[in-house]
Design a protein around this ligand. Structure first.
Ligand code: 13P
Ligand code: SF4
Length: 309
């Protein structure tokens, strides 16, 4: 077992020496979250990446998140401990497929979940995250046709929340971590824990969202227990979220809705790799650097800025 305390100390020392801010998504390994300057959901981390004054960002998350940080702040150096940490759902959306869909529905606008590549964002009118998808879609008139890409589950949830089941065209992508939850299995966990509250991420199938007490982004789930008298919560999302839930609410009980809900890509960023990245000779750090070609960035920026506005 690596000495996490020593690695965290070394990471903090390197970050201070090299003017680096460390951002970690809520699904990161506990020891990585604990060493970060900021943890958060996709929306919060985008906002922090934009406003933070450090010149270098070490982004412990998946590739589209680091890309989004670069799209917003191209003057900064954006690094990842492991650049191969991708998002299989983001990869399910292709530019050729999206262009075809746009040609078939020329009167539609494109709303893209932030879990997409910069190339897809460049083909998009406005981005959203799980925290603001309903609000972003609701800004359009009710009869506006909307192509929603890439998550069919989030798209279905938003369509139902906004009364747009007839006007939203859903790309058929999914997150393999969230799509695997089943209502029957979760029902058994709840039956064994009477009075428990079910919190679920909107990337999950409708059958689970229909029985959930709360549907929220990862940070929404981190805030919810504060407003609830419940003592026990069943948490339907990637298990990385339980680390912070436990730290924030030590007197409550949090049960994973499935112990198999682990995103292998999120977990690629280890503390050792984070230390190695900041310990590199600065010329060699390029293999950890995330950049987006300027033409693509400028087009994608419009969609990301509309989301943040
Ligand atoms: P949040 O935006 O809710 O943090 O989750 C996004 C996600 O699934 C990242 O992979
Ligand atoms: Fe992608 Fe799902 Fe992993 Fe998030 S949890 S990075 S959506 S595969």
């Amino acid at each position: 077992m690596p000495d996490f305390a020593a690695l965290q100390q070394e990471l903090r020392r390197l970050a201070a020496e090299r003017d680096v801010v460390i951002l970690a998504h809520n699904y990161q390994r506990p020891e990585v979250q604990d060493a970060a300057d900021h943890t958060g959901d996709s929306l919060e981390l985008s906002r922090i990446a934009q406003k933070d004054p450090h010149q270098v960002i070490l982004f412990c998350g998946v590739h589209f998140m680091a890309e989004t940080a670069y799209i917003l702040s191209p003057q900064k150096t954006v690094l990842m401990p492991d650049k191969h940490a991708g998002c299989p759902m983001a990869d399910m959306a292709t530019v050729a497929g999206l262009r075809k869909l746009k040609a078939e529905h020329p009167d539609a606008v494109v709303v893209a979940y932030v879990n997409t590549s910069a190339d897809i964002k460049a083909e998009t009118d406005v981005c959203c995250t799980s925290a603001n998808a309903v609000q972003v879609v609701d800004r359009f008139p009710k009869d506006q046709k909307i192509i929603f890409v890439p998550d069919r589950n989030l798209g279905d949830y938003v369509a139902r929340q906004t009364g747009r089941e007839e006007t939203m065209i859903l790309w058929q992508g999914w997150c393999h971590v969230h799509d695997d939850f089943r209502a029957a299995e979760i029902g058994e966990i709840r039956a064994a824990n009477p009075g428990s509250v079910l919190m679920a991420h909107p990337e999950i199938r409708r059958e689970v969202l229909e029985i959930a007490d709360v549907v929220a982004s990862t940070s929404g789930m981190l805030r919810y227990p504060e407003t609830s008298d419940a003592r026990t919560f069943v948490v339907a999302t990637e298990t990385g979220l339980l680390h912070k839930l436990g730290a924030l609410y030590p007197d409550r009980k949090f049960i994973p809705a499935s112990t198999k809900a682990i995103c292998p890509n999120m977990k690629r960023n280890t503390l050792e790799k984070a230390v190695a990245t900041l310990g590199e000779e600065w010329d060699d750090v390029l293999e950890h650097e995330v950049v987006v070609p300027e033409r693509t960035r400028l087009k994608a920026l419009q969609a990301v800025e509309r989301m943040l506005a």
